[in-house]
Ligand binder design. Structure first.
Ligand code: AMP
Length: 517
């Protein structure tokens, strides 16, 4: 409707809707030359710069599936994902091309040298899109040792965005600040919802998303009216002196909303939402306006989505009774790519009183309030959230047990005030210095999946039926904490002060001057 309106801003770059269309057409032409056709999987390993959004649109114009990769992942994880997804093309920037040097079956398109600007400015969209081709495939932590790909159909994304358009009134005067990594599926809201509303999306760069002060600066500079983030991200902003105007919309989701944060939202804006949803049901499945902070809940399902709370026999539970949350409707993923067993286990066929449908088993414990809103009460499995990242403890344990020196590993997240962190209990065949252990794990796990503390034990406490008693591990007296071999005690008064501060903040015992936060 308004080709000259601003669609995207990123650092010094600005694209109008028309320019964004042209740029993505040119990229689609460049990708077509590199062999991308409908149905192909295209891995995206992109910097947060002005090319990111046009590249995403280009893949979609071709009717291909994008597989986003986070450049902070270790190379072995990137390679695993590309191989598992069967991505034949990787799109990257010139500065990170070397990551893919040794990958023989993958062709690499780097956006700086593929001559995008000289491609035709029009692109012929396919006459029809194949509904069986997923729009994207996102990898999330897998409990048995490797990440798994969740395949999202195009209609699920469309349903989600249409539902959001109905619930959040965005228009041409709005600007959304996009801060989420492409590899975290909630970025779909940030990048596409403004474009469907005639609003502007401002893409925050790599360094900006890590700094609350820089984000606050961007919000003011670009007159941002809406931003989405995890509770951890909002907590970061809360600690600055940034305050929004009262029309500002806060979308907060991805993990449980702490009461103190809900209270802060209420104090700064009348327009804050608690968003809930797993990757497997396409971004958010329910949302709640945050107003009564004594009773934080996740609200009611969005359009064409159903939520049920069932007992272990899959019978619906009455109001107030705690059971497992199941989600059905148009947001459901197609499956876990190439994992038919796991797909069958998590996407169940449910029958009740002559009604049959497919439901996703979330693993979340929940209960209904009498007004139909839902309260989330934590997990009933080994999935945790640390700083907004979804982690299967089983995956971390399995990567540790792949090390020849480790006999057995159990990872827990102790209940504590303040930020949650993983603690690994290890029975070793041979002791390793902490820095060696960490750097070995770094080869296989992203930084957020590496536990903060490592404790050596001789044996594990067991439950009566012989399983490791995870709850009792926290009270274990016999363990010895692994500390770095290169420990150098703080020498000056200033170093001592710093070391003491880190010990308190991270709740660890001995911080040396060489320790790496
Ligand atoms: P992910 O697929 O990474 O978003 O992880 C989904 C899980 O995060 C859900 O199954 C919940 O356990 C948790 N989660 C997401 N949003 C919320 C929320 N608003 N409140 C409580 N838990 C949440």
């Amino acid at each position: 409707a308004y080709p000259e309106a601003i669609a995207m801003r990123c650092q010094k770059h600005t694209l109008t809707y028309e320019e964004l269309d042209v740029r993505s057409n040119q990229m689609a032409n460049a990708l077509a030359k590199a062999g991308v056709v409908m149905g192909k999987k295209v891995a995206l390993y992109l910097n947060r710069d002005e090319n990111m959004l046009p590249a995403l649109l280009a893949v979609q114009k071709l009717g291909a599936t994008y597989v986003p990769l986070d450049p902070s992942y270790p190379v072995s994880r990137i390679q695993y994902i590309i191989g598992d997804a069967g991505a034949e093309v990787v799109v990257c920037n010139a500065n990170n091309r070397n990551v893919f040097q040794e990958m023989e079956n993958t062709s690499v398109v780097d956006l700086e040298t593929c001559d995008v600007s000289n491609q035709p400015v029009t692109f012929e969209l396919p006459a029809s899109f194949d509904a069986a081709v997923p729009v994207y495939m996102i990898y999330t932590s897998g409990s048995t040792g490797n990440p798994k790909g969740v395949r999202i159909p195009q209609h699920a994304l469309l349903n989600f965005l249409t539902a959001m358009k109905g619930r959040l009134t965005l228009g041409p005067d709005d600007a959304l600040l996009a801060v989420t990594s492409l590899a975290f599926y909630i970025s779909g809201l940030e990048l596409y919802l403004p474009l469907l509303s005639g609003a502007c999306v401002v893409v925050a760069g790599e360094t900006e998303v890590k700094s609350a002060n820089k984000l606050a600066g961007l919000i003011d500079e670009h007159r941002i009216t809406i931003m989405q983030g995890t509770p951890s991200l909002w907590q970061m902003l809360k600690e600055t002196d940034w305050r929004p105007n009262e029309k500002f919309t806060v979308l907060c989701g991805g993990e449980a909303l702490p009461v103190n944060l809900a209270q802060w939202f209420n104090a700064i804006t009348g327009n804050a939402w608690n968003m809930y949803g797993p990757t497997e049901t396409t971004i958010w499945s329910s949302m709640a306006k945050i107003n009564n902070t004594d009773h934080v809940h996740i609200g009611t399902p969005i359009g064409n989505t159903q939520m049920f709370i069932l007992d272990e026999h899959l019978m619906p539970l009455p109001v107030g009774h705690v059971g497992e949350l199941y989600i059905g409707g148009d947001g459901l993923a197609m499956d876990y790519h190439n994992r038919s067993e796991l797909t069958k286990e998590k996407f169940i066929q449910w029958q009740y009183k002559g009604h049959a449908c497919k439901l996703f088993k979330t693993g979340d414990l929940a209960r209904f309030n009498s007004d139909g809103s839902i309260v989330c009460l934590g997990r009933n499995d080994g999935q945790v959230k640390i700083q907004g990242y979804r982690i299967e403890l089983g995956e971390v344990e399995s990567k540790m047990m792949n090390l020849p020196e480790v006999d057995h590993a159990v990872v827990v997240v102790p209940q504590q005030d303040g930020p949650k962190a993983m603690v690994a209990y290890l029975k070793m065949k041979e002791e390793l210095p902490l820095d060696v252990l960490r750097s070995r794990l770094n080869l296989h796990l992203p930084a957020y999946m590496i536990p903060g503390k490592f404790i050596l034990v001789e044996s594990f406490p067991l439950t009566p039926n012989g399983k490791v008693d995870r709850k009792a591990l926290g009270n274990l007296q016999q363990g010895k904490q692994l500390t770095g071999e290169g420990y150098v005690a703080p020498r000056t008064e200033r170093e001592q002060l710093m070391a003491r501060l880190w010990e308190q903040v991270l709740d660890v015992e001995k911080v040396g001057i060489n320790d790496n936060f």
